[in-house]
Design a protein around this ligand. Sequence first.
Ligand code: GSH
Length: 197
Amino acid sequence: MKLYYAPGACSLADHIALCETELPFDTEQVDLRQKRTASGEDFVAINPKGYVPALQLDDGEVLTENIAILSYIADRGDLLEPRNTTGHWRVLEALAYISTEIHKSFKPFFMPGATDADKANAREFLLKRLGYLDEKLEGHEFLVGDTFSVADCYLFVMLYWARAKAELTLPQRLSAYVEALAERPSVVKAMTAEGLR
Ligand SMILES: N[C@@H](CCC(=O)N[C@@H](CS)C(=O)NCC(=O)O)C(=O)O
């Protein structure tokens, strides 16, 4: 398996998830402006969508989209979902919320033409959506169930962006949650490999 990533991009979630498992994997950095991989390949030929993450499977197939890749790693790694009947669907529910309600709302912080008003609106929206997760964390260490899951990998990256890109002050539970996750060996390993620590 090979993960195509860009440092600090949403692909960090998949990188953390892979580090959490015993699965063998390689990584290759992508220059998202030039759409070239570190070894000089045309990234669009690998993923016609032109964005990371992309996970090349051992049979050569390329899987894209965070929800699909994180679900694949959870399934293969056999570690990253709570083991009860609804656990799988609760993780999927959390991944969908993070992807559609939170991840996409960061757009103004990555778009060169975004205005201060766009950013202010995005901050307000993000605080509302993150507030829901902050309440869910009351009395819990992880987002879904009692064990670390791929939803935590994805949320970690969103909270990292919330601080580093959107300059948001996180509510208290999310703040404690992201600080605890930042010390997790898989998170340290992936962030170090991406040159973020
Ligand atoms: N829907 C995709 C979005 C992935 C995405 O937004 N990737 C960003 C980095 S976080 C990217 O590669 N942007 C470069 C581009 O779109 O050219 C997913 O959830 O995997």
